[in-house]
Design a protein around this ligand. Structure first.
Ligand code: CA
Length: 261
């Protein structure tokens, strides 16, 4: 198995009273969830999904097991909201990365619902692996605005998919072969709304450790405005374990509870 070094940091920011982000930093499972909803319900929603998914740690799950766990977490949030009037409408994003085995070789499974993000660094190259489920991403894909315009667009915080709102939203998944030394970043939008990709890349490149990088990213998001909760997990893989292979998106298998797109 590869040698993996990690770090994580989170901040409430300078405007909000409560940190509604939740994260999980295991040895082979990493999660960031960004909750939404009044009366601290968002913090409950994000914590619920992280607690459900943390049960997958150490199990080398298949993609289907991860999707099933996400659907179970979704159902738990829906049931919790239905039982408490002050939690109505609570929801959360989820982005995660899980080390597993495929045909005897280590692979990452990445998964995403909402606009929290997974980035991959290979050398100095920064690549967003996850695709935001957001109004502005749909406008980018329709060719109506550019990625640069999306970063400051008034609709940039409107997400089109989340957990806790409907019976079971579709989960995007990717299978990533381990391709040697590389670094991943999982983060909430409180980070990416304050810092540009080049700023993020510079911090990760120049930090002395994953923990130092996570700490500095969150501190910079605060000093840039801190308008939202910000969370960052850095996962650094140190040794080459397999031949480099291109990033291979894996089509999401239909899940019995998934709605069609
Ligand atoms: Ca947020």
């Amino acid at each position: 198995m590869p040698n993996i070094i990690t770090g994580a940091a989170t901040s409430t920011g300078r405007i909000r009273d409560v940190n509604e982000d939740a994260h999980f930093l295991g040895t082979s499972l990493f999660l960031v969830a960004d909750g939404m909803g009044g009366h601290q319900a968002g913090a409950r929603a994000s914590r619920l999904v992280v607690e459900h998914l943390a049960g997958l740690a150490h199990s080398a799950p298949a993609t289907s097991a991860i999707v099933e766990a996400i659907c179970a977490a979704n159902a738990a949030i829906v049931a919790d909201a239905e039982g408490h009037v002050d939690r109505a409408g609570m929801g959360t994003t989820l982005v995660g990365l899980c080390l597993t085995e495929l045909a005897g070789s280590p692979h990452w499974i990445a998964f995403n619902v909402g606009d929290s993000r997974l980035y991959r660094f290979e050398g100095d190259l920064l690549q967003q692996v996850s695709v935001d489920h957001s109004e502005v991403q749909e406008l980018v894909e329709a060719g109506e605005i550019t990625s640069e315009q999306a970063a400051s667009h008034p609709l940039r915080n409107v997400i089109t998919r989340s957990l806790g709102i409907e019976p079971c939203p579709a989960v995007d998944t990717w299978m990533l072969p381990l391709s040697g030394p590389e670094t991943f970043l999982l983060c909430s939008d409180g980070l990416t709304n304050e810092l540009s990709d080049p700023e993020i890349s510079l911090v990760v490149r120049e930090s002395s450790s994953p923990q130092a990088a996570a700490d500095q990213l969150v501190a910079l998001a605060d000093s840039a405005g801190g308008r939202d909760n910000a969370t960052a997990i850095i996962i650094q893989i140190e040794e080459r374990t397999a031949h480099a292979t291109d990033l291979a998106p894996e089509p999401t298998l239909p899940h019995p509870l998934s709605r069609s797109q």
